[in-house]
Design a protein around this ligand. Structure first.
Ligand SMILES: *Cc1c(COP(=O)(O)O)cnc(C)c1O
Length: 232
């Protein structure tokens, strides 16, 4: 029998709690984001009714339609690559942007936030592995980028995000997650004004347990909740 979305969410919450406890953390310090790219509205509503309160979208257009349809009773986060020319929509739609990886985008998000009269919460996306196909600021450039972005008054840095390369064995992703945590601790030690390092957004369907053990505060899960996505 196929498990319902509610059942899957229960199982994932249990796994998160277990991983948190085995690493001396509190389950309440880890939030579950349901990643809803390509997912039908009624299935998203099922996840919301099962208590999920953060939804993650990869595309501005798709997110816009869903947010207008479903409203803002939950938080909507932007997790996909963001083109600079979409910044003006993104700041009005999303409660947090996880994919800030370059200064040109930061400048545009800051300007559009000022025009919209808001301060936008952002995470700096870091390319830990150095793999060329992955997005994110290279590890060595992360702290300089945090410093530069911290000077922009309409952006508020809340933490870091990463997406490791695909591994069959999730243990292989552990060094990437640990490296993001170490980077966070280095940034905290730098005491940069206006920078908060509360959030580590890391861990997906195949590796979220390992990510929680290494300090994730937000795990981003799609397939384990909703099933496989259609291939484009
Ligand atoms: C699609 C996506 C996820 C979720 O991946 P699953 O394997 O479906 O859990 C998480 N983060 C980002 C940035 C994504 O694009």
């Amino acid at each position: 029998m196929e498990l319902s979305i509610r059942d899957q969410i229960e199982i994932i919450r249990g796994n998160i709690a277990k991983a948190a406890l085995t690493s001396g953390r509190r389950a309440a310090d880890v939030r579950l984001m349901a990643v809803t790219k390509t997912v039908d509205d009624h299935r998203i509503r099922e996840a919301i009714s099962a208590g999920v309160d953060i939804l993650g979208e990869n595309y501005v257009q798709e997110g816009k339609r869903k947010i207008e349809q479903m409203g803002k009773s939950v938080e909507w986060h932007m997790i996909g690559h963001l083109q600079t020319n979409k910044a003006k929509y993104a700041v009005r739609l999303f409660d947090m942007i996880h994919s800030l990886d370059r200064m040109a985008l930061a400048v545009e998000l800051d300007k559009r936030s000022r025009l919209a009269g808001c301060v936008t919460r952002v995470l700096i996306e870091v390319n830990i592995s150095g793999e060329e196909t992955k997005r994110g600021v290279p590890l060595q450039e992360a702290i300089p980028l945090v410093r530069e972005v911290s000077a922009l008054e309409n952006l508020s840095i809340q933490g870091l995000m990463t997406m490791p390369p695909w591994f069959d064995d999730p243990e292989e992703a552990r060094p990437c997650f640990a490296a993001l945590r170490v980077l966070r601790d280095r940034i905290i030690a730098e005491r940069i004004a206006h920078v908060e390092m509360k959030e580590l957004s890391m861990g997906m369907s195949q590796d979220y347990r390992v990510a929680v053990e290494e300090g994730a505060t937000i795990v981003r899960i799609g397939r384990s909740i909703f099933g496989e996505r259609p291939h484009p």
